[in-house]
Design a protein around this ligand. Sequence first.
Ligand code: PRP
Ligand code: URA
Length: 208
Amino acid sequence: MKAKELNHPLITHKLSILRDKKTGTKEFRELIGEIAMFLCYEAMKDSKLNTVTIETPITKMETGRLDEDKYAFVPILRAGMGMLDGVIKVIPNAKIGHIGMYRDEITFEPVNYFFKVPKDIEKREVIILDPMLATGGSAIDAIELLKSKGVKKIKFLCIIAAPEGLKVVEEKYPDVEIYCGSIDDHLNENKYIVPGLGDAGDRIFGTK
Ligand code: PRP
Ligand code: URA
C-alpha cells in the first residue's frame, strides 16, 4: 500500500503552526498530540467491530464495538512519546510498548537502545508512532524488531515523511500501512526533512 497523506485543511493549518520556528514547546507538544489523534482516526478506518446489543434511554439497538484488547501502540523514543497522548485518547485500553532508538549524527544510522513490548504482542495489531520518517532507517529497524516478535499487522503513523524514506520503507515492507500528516519535499545533506519542522524530539522536550 502507498503511504496515505492526510489531506485536510485542519491538518495543513495545524502543521503550519507546528512547522513555524517561533512555536514554543508547549504548543508544539499539544499540536503533535492533536495531529496524532487525527492520524489514528484515519488509520482505524478498516477496524472490525464486534456486534453488541445495548439499550439507549429510548430503545434497544444492535451496534458495533471495537475490541480494544487487540491493539498496541509502540512509540519510538524519544519523539514518538509526543504522539502517545493523542492516540491513547482514541483507544484508551490499548497496550503500550517502547522502542528506544536514536539516529547517529555522523552515519545517520539508527542505534537501538531499548525494546519492551507487551507479552502478547504477536496477537495485537501494532501501531508504531514516530513524528518523523526521514531516511526510513528507524522505521525499518522498528518494523523488523516487531516482525521478529511475530507481529503480523503493523501500521506506522508519522507527522511528516520524506519521499526518499517512504520509498525505502514501502519497498521493503509493502504490507505496512503508513499514514502521514504531510509528505514533504526532500532530505537535506544532514538528512533532515525539507521544509520539515526541525528536530522533533528537541522541540517536543525543549532540549535545544
Ligand atoms: C528522529 C525521529 C526518528 C528518526 C527519523 O529521532 O524521531 O526516530 O530521527 O530518522 P530516520 O528516518 O532517518 O531514521 P532522533 O534520532 O532525533 O531521536 P530522538 O527522538 O531521541 O530525538
Ligand atoms: N529527525 C528529526 O527530528 N527531524 C528530521 O527532519 C529528520 C529526522
